[in-house]
Design a protein around this ligand. Structure first.
Ligand SMILES: NC(=O)c1ccc[n+]([C@@H]2O[C@H](COP(=O)([O-])OP(=O)(O)OC[C@H]3O[C@@H](n4cnc5c(N)ncnc54)[C@H](O)[C@@H]3O)[C@@H](O)[C@H]2O)c1
Length: 422
């Protein structure tokens, strides 16, 4: 435990989203006194009332820790925290890394910084951000010196929303600091809440770890997507191939084709890497090719829909299609960068009547138009096609075999008896 009489709270979490809230809740469960600071008033109120804004944290789980954890809009409380973790968004704006959230968060932390605090960045970003962006903002606003008056490091977040096996406590945590004393303090903080700590020699290396992990996924997904399209032309069943290949117990990790890549990480993080390497005049060629292939998948899916409908004596224009799952991955409500958005745009352009069925996603709009939400599973037969984009686990309750409509499954899920697959 890091408790220190000097500070009222062990931990302050800046940004209470998919990364920050689980960190705050898990740390509170393990006895740390935690405050969460966020700029979104509704989110702060919900959390303080025990209502979780994310699926990975249940309301009961949140309510149970509210004696150790409360959230606030008041940045001044950050001065009472021994350790501060920054987990704010790092999106792309106009295809460029947008560090405005990190800069604003750093300024708030800096304005309230006191000696001996430990500041850790967990937002995903390009190598160099901690030293080149975070520290100058902290030092300028606080007038204190990083590495001497306060301690700084970077630790990439590996949370996998919806994963029931690899959770907060048992997923190894990569940790770095800007100097030995920072590293030591950051290591001791994470050791109090996570089982396995992996030290790396510097913040640039730690920042790069996250980009390697996600670029690896991005490139491999692109490879299997390209092979899926080629196999279709060669009349080879890609799913049969993948399922057989993954029985190899060594030297092969299986990836599945799909309708495109979504979420905040896989489509975005490789762009952060490209941004950095373009500064030295070198593109990451693998990333560029992977972006091109993965970005082409929604149009490919729409082309496949058209072919399948034609085969069945129907046409795409004015057809009625139900999207089964629109979140970017199963069992969560997160819509960020979901391929369902691009696919719906393309379908609407072809005058398709699109509805969606997704128990996790309350509202779904495209081109400012609210897409009709289907709640009743017995009305599936009213559609020309069910297009499975996200295989939520609770779809296994549906008796697909009884549905008369064409079922086009882009996810290759075992429990979906589809008529057509990607
Ligand atoms: N979601 C994931 O699965 C995941 C996994 C690993 C890493 N990451 C990375 O973690 C970071 C956070 O992602 P997320 O998914 O938790 O984002 P999120 O959008 O779910 O949550 C971010 C929160 O930060 C708040 N915020 C924004 N600016 C703020 C500020 N200046 N001060 C305080 N709060 C502020 C927002 O109101 C929001 O509640 C990103 O860099 C992301 O790439 C995300």
């Amino acid at each position: 435990m890091t408790s220190n009489a000097e500070f009222e709270y062990d931990l302050g979490v800046v940004g209470l989203g998919y990364v920050g809230l689980p960190l705050a809740v898990e740390s509170s469960k393990q006895g740390l006194k935690v405050i969460g600071y966020d700029i979104n008033p509704e989110r702060v109120e919900m959390i303080n009332n025990g209502i979780s804004p994310i699926e990975d944290i249940l309301n009961d789980e949140l309510s149970d820790v509210l004696n150790n954890f409360h959230s606030t809009l008041d940045g001044k409380l950050l001065s009472k925290c021994q350790n501060i973790v920054i987990s704010v968004p790092t999106p792309l704006t106009d295809y460029q890394p947008d560090l405005s959230f990190v800069i604003n968060a750093a300024k708030t932390v800096g304005e309230n910084l006191v000696r001996n605090q430990v500041i850790i960045l967990e937002s995903t970003t390009y190598p160099g951000t901690t030293v080149e962006v975070l520290i100058p903002n902290l030092e300028n606003t606080s007038k204190l010196k990083a590495g001497e008056d306060f301690f700084v490091g970077y630790s990439p977040e590996r949370i996998d929303p919806g994963n029931k096996v690899w959770k907060f406590k048992n997923t190894p945590k990569v940790v770095s600091g800007i100097n030995d004393i920072s590293t030591e303090k950051i290591k001791s903080f994470y050791e109090s809440i996570i089982e396995n700590i992996v030290l790396v020699k510097g913040t640039k290396e730690a920042e790069m770890v996250k980009l390697l992990e996600n670029t690896y996924r991005h490139v491999n997904i692109a490879l299997i997507n390209e092979l899926a399209m080629l196999c279709k032309m060669l009349d080879i069943d890609i799913w049969e191939v993948v399922n057989a290949a993954k029985t190899k117990p060594f030297g092969f990790e299986s990836f599945k084709p799909g309708p495109g890549v979504g979420g905040h990480c896989i489509p975005v993080d490789p762009e952060y890497l490209s941004f950095k390497t373009r500064q030295i005049g070198k593109p990451v060629r693998f990333v560029e090719l992977a972006q091109e292939i993965n970005n082409s998948m929604p149009a490919y899916v729409v082309g496949q829909i058209s072919e399948i409908l034609n085969k069945n004596g129907k046409i795409l224009n004015n057809s009625k299609i139900l999207l089964m799952g629109v979140a970017y991955k199963k069992d969560i409500s997160d819509m960020r960068e979901s391929p369902a958005i691009d696919i719906t745009e393309l379908l609407l352009e072809k005058k398709v009547d699109v509805s969606y069925f997704d128990p996790f996603v309350k509202k779904f709009s495209v081109f400012g138009k609210a897409i009709n939400k289907e709640d009743k599973i017995n009305s599936f037969d009213n559609y020309d096609m069910l297009l499975v984009l996200t295989p939520h686990s609770n779809f296994s309750d549906i008796d697909f075999a009884k549905i008369k409509t064409i079922i086009f499954d882009t996810t290759g899920s075992d429990f979906i008896q589809s008529t057509e697959r990607l």
